[in-house]
Write a protein that binds this ligand. Structure first.
Ligand code: ATP
Length: 401
């Protein structure tokens, strides 16, 4: 449809960037970026007459997007003709607008296009050796000032290397190191850093990303006390199998980003925690949960290691913690008994709830007051200890109290 319409209008049209990369890698990608040599917005309007999706236009940028019923998003931009001030070594001959569009992009693997006009359908446009780099599993920038021009590309290089299991090419690595040495990361806004971190921390390749970030001294550049050890990286790597274990007993959606941050900060000085976490996360409840998990950690571990621990003690130690904290404790501690008790709690204790309510106590003729809490706590304790089982038992027990 798109290629046919472009033919009708006499324009060249391409799919570009991540979609082409993922197509060549045989990876799913439902977001398609189109570049049209001409006005992207009127092209998108015409295209949507056939596709009947939801069209959004951004006149100030000359871009449009169409969201289809199946959730796919088509982004349509106009190939830009304006010339950027790039390093002097560039050839001065006039380049095609698709060349200009691709040259503005970050890595060779993201700088390819496929023409989709009917006559040239499927023609790969690869000015910078992207296909070769895909074959060699390499992340490579187009020119040496790339990271100076946009330091967020440092995070992107790390993210793609981990996600695709590619290597960052040696020269590109040295450009990253130079940019970091020149304090380029301080030019990235906190919001952008947090956005990049959110993407890195929720990807399965997170431990490789963290290894790379450590090797580029990115953590210490973000906060001078954030010294990540290899042991921490191994624990972050283990997070996925730990999560799987917990998923068997609780299929609630787990906030992986919180878990990664908890593990990253597991031995961070508590008095500086709040300020440091904010560099990675801007979600109040999330920050509070991380702080509680880390501040309570030692107390939880020592309490669980006491002799003669009973079910109700395990319950009391753990039941106020969010699921992420429990997973973090399990993943972080090295002590067999702590892991064992946390898992015991997950399987046998976590879902114990009282059926009896204040209304039942009222029906038994008990006058409302602080006594209600005492009675309900006592019944809960008996239930956790396995002395009573069902609602009938609970009411009978309340009656006795
Ligand atoms: P994914 O969305 O799967 O993470 P993607 O490659 O589609 O991967 P986007 O962030 O959506 O990533 O970017 C789309 C395209 O825009 C990229 O393929 C790249 O060509 C270009 N791009 C994105 N960010 C930058 C940047 N900071 N500098 C240069 N080009 C960029």
């Amino acid at each position: 449809t798109t290629g046919g319409l472009a033919d009708t209008l006499g324009k060249k049209v391409y799919v570009v960037g991540g979609f082409v990369r993922d197509l060549l890698l045989n990876r799913e990608n439902f977001d398609i970026d189109f570049v049209i040599e001409g006005d992207g917005i009127s092209f998108a309007e015409r295209l949507n007459e056939t596709l009947s999706g939801t069209l959004m236009t951004h006149k100030e940028f000359g871009t449009a997007s169409i969201t289809l019923a199946n959730g796919s998003v088509l982004d349509i931009v106009s190939a830009r003709r304006e010339y950027y001030e790039y390093p002097a070594a560039l050839p001065t001959v006039e380049k095609s607008s698709i060349w200009n569009d691709l040259f503005r992009r970050d890595f060779t693997i993201n700088c390819m296009a496929i023409q989709i006009n009917i006559a040239n359908f499927g023609k790969l446009i690869d000015f910078f050796g992207g296909l070769e780099d895909i074959r060699n599993k390499r992340i490579r920038v187009l020119y040496n000032l790339s990271f100076i021009e946009d330091p967020t590309r440092i995070f992107r290089a790390i993210r793609f290397a981990s996600r695709l299991d590619f290597e960052i090419e040696e020269q590109t690595k040295s450009f990253i190191m130079e940019a970091i040495k020149d304090h380029m990361l301080t030019k990235v806004t906190n919001d952008r850093v947090r956005e990049e971190m959110a993407q890195i921390f929720t990807d399965k390749g997170v431990s490789k990303s963290i290894f790379l970030m450590k090797s580029f001294n990115i953590f210490t550049a973000i906060h001078s006390d954030l010294n990540i050890t290899n042991e921490t990286i191994t624990k972050i790597d283990n997070l996925w199998s730990t999560i799987e274990k917990f998923h068997r007993f609780d299929n609630k959606k787990i906030d992986i980003q919180l878990l990664v941050i908890m593990q990253l900060f597991h031995s961070f000085p508590l008095n500086k925690l709040s300020e440091a976490i904010q560099k990675f996360l801007n979600n109040k409840q999330g920050i509070v949960n991380i702080q509680i998990a880390l501040k309570e950690k030692e107390k939880v571990y020592t309490s669980l290691l006491k002799d003669d621990i009973d079910k109700y003690t395990i319950y009391s130690i753990l039941h106020n913690h969010c699921l992420e904290s429990l997973i973090f404790y399990y993943n972080d501690c090295t002590e067999y008994y702590i892991k064992h008790y946390i898992m015991y709690y997950m399987i046998n204790l976590k879902n114990i709830k009282l059926k009896v309510t204040g209304r039942d106590l009222l029906n038994l003729g008990i006058q409302p007051g602080p006594i209600y809490k005492k009675i309900l706590d006592t019944i809960l304790k008996s239930k956790v200890m396995g002395e009573i089982y069902d609602e009938h038992d609970e009411i009978e027990y309340a009656n006795k109290l």
